[in-house]
Design a protein around this ligand. Sequence first.
Ligand code: ZN
Length: 69
Amino acid sequence: MHTEQRETFYSYACPTDQNAGLYLRCKICGQLQPMQTECSEQIVKQIKEQEHFAVDASMILEGVCQDCQ
Ligand SMILES: [Zn+2]
């Protein structure tokens, strides 16, 4: 699973040119990785249903990545 995330990370190296999605940025090492597609879509869907807000741009969530924890 970790390997798959790495591959996805490289293919989505430039998030601004990609479709709407959620990205996770580590505030320690600066690594940016896309959230799993299913998880990302689920959150976008919930925001729309509960907040009545349609997210149409990439959103970056800051935190601490697995390597830095
Ligand atoms: Zn990190």
